[in-house]
Write a protein that binds this ligand. Structure first.
Ligand code: G3H
Ligand code: 13P
Ligand code: ZN
Length: 309
């Protein structure tokens, strides 16, 4: 099958009480590790590309790699733009083979966010592409935007936003954040499930998205530290909280940092144990295997989407 939009994936996920993993991709090994896990567990996948990924790897390379992933597995795969910063970037992705885009107007004033998001939705829908919008801001860094404090989604805005823009899904801020340092040392991880519940009450059967949802898997952090890294204070979202979210209206869970940690841990370990090796395939193969293992773990314990392809 060709690359798919998120429409059926989200309808099935909402009805089935599970979520689809949206994994950030930047190169071939990351894509292969993710789709090997999807294939083994027969899971639908969203492969997402940030502005930074497009700048690093080139739009066309990433599209062709994701098309190859679909062609070799036959899995339902959506190719999604993560944190689209403006209309032009979204248009370029829509015209260039993406099946889904996010327009992230969350840092703009509300009315500007509505106007920008609607412009992207009108264009995307005319081309059969689905759109994710965002209300509220996560703490942390994403591409060029650095936010120090959460600005939680205001539930009383969501019906107006979705109604006026026509978005297909909505990312909300309930206390997750981007990166590997999501809470201060000693701080108890907490999410605002009350906001999620109120948003879903106001938007019946509407797919909600969680960004910043890596758990910062301790096994990989320990390995990074064991082989010369310095990530003692890394802390993520507890997996049981994400599993709870996946059973509710949350249909898409974004994971990037956990992929980075898995890959970096494997490469650090390989390099430390094999100091004379210099063939990139020797350290990228275990890195790819580590990504596969991590994604399998997410599908089985957090997302609940095994067997749903
Ligand atoms: O939300 C941001 C994602 O983790 C992508 O990160 O902009 O460094 O590619 P990036
Ligand atoms: P993490 O940094 O928690 O993996 O979040 C990734 C993300 O939200 C991409 O949009
Ligand atoms: Zn994000």
């Amino acid at each position: 099958m060709p690359l798919v939009t998120t429409r059926k994936m989200f309808a099935d996920a909402y009805a089935g009480g599970y979520a689809i993993g949206a994994f950030n991709v930047n190169n071939m090994e990351i894509i292969q590790g993710i789709v090997q896990a999807g294939q083994k567990l027969n899971a639908p996948l969203i492969l997402q590309v940030s502005k930074g990924a497009r700048a690093y790897a080139n739009h066309t390379y990433l599209v062709k790699l994701v098309e190859a992933a679909e062609a070799t597995t036959g899995l339902p795969i959506a190719l999604h733009l993560d944190h689209g910063p403006d209309f032009e970037t979204c248009k370029s992705c829509i015209d260039g083979g993406f099946t889904s885009v996010m327009i992230d107007g969350s840092h703009h004033p509300y009315e500007t966010n509505v106007e920008l998001t609607k412009k992207v939705v009108d264009y995307a829908h005319s081309k059969g592409v689905t759109v994710e919008g965002e209300l509220g801001q996560l703490a942390g860094v994403e591409d060029d935007v650095n936010v120090s404090e959460h600005s939680y989604t205001q539930p009383d805005q969501v019906e107006d936003f979705v109604g006026r823009t026509g978005v297909d899904s909505l990312a909300i801020a309930i206390g997750t954040s981007h990166g590997a340092f999501k809470f201060k040392p000693g701080q108890k991880p907490q999410l605002r499930f009350d906001i999620l519940a109120e948003v879903s009450r106001r938007l019946p059967e509407f797919p909600i998205v969680l960004h910043g949802a890596s758990s910062v898997v301790p096994e990989f952090v320990a390995e990074i530290n064991q082989y010369g890294g310095a990530m003692d204070d890394a802390i993520g979202i507890p997996e049981e909280m994400l599993r709870e979210a996946a059973k509710s209206a949350v249909c898409k869970i974004n994971i990037d940092s956990d992929l980075r940690l898995a890959m970096t841990a494997a490469i650090r370990k390989y390099m430390a144990l094999n100091p004379s090796h210099f063939d990139p395939r020797q350290y990228l193969a275990p890195a790819r295997d580590a990504i596969q293992k991590m994604v399998e773990h997410k599908i089985e314990t957090v997302l609940g989407c095994a067997g749903k392809a």
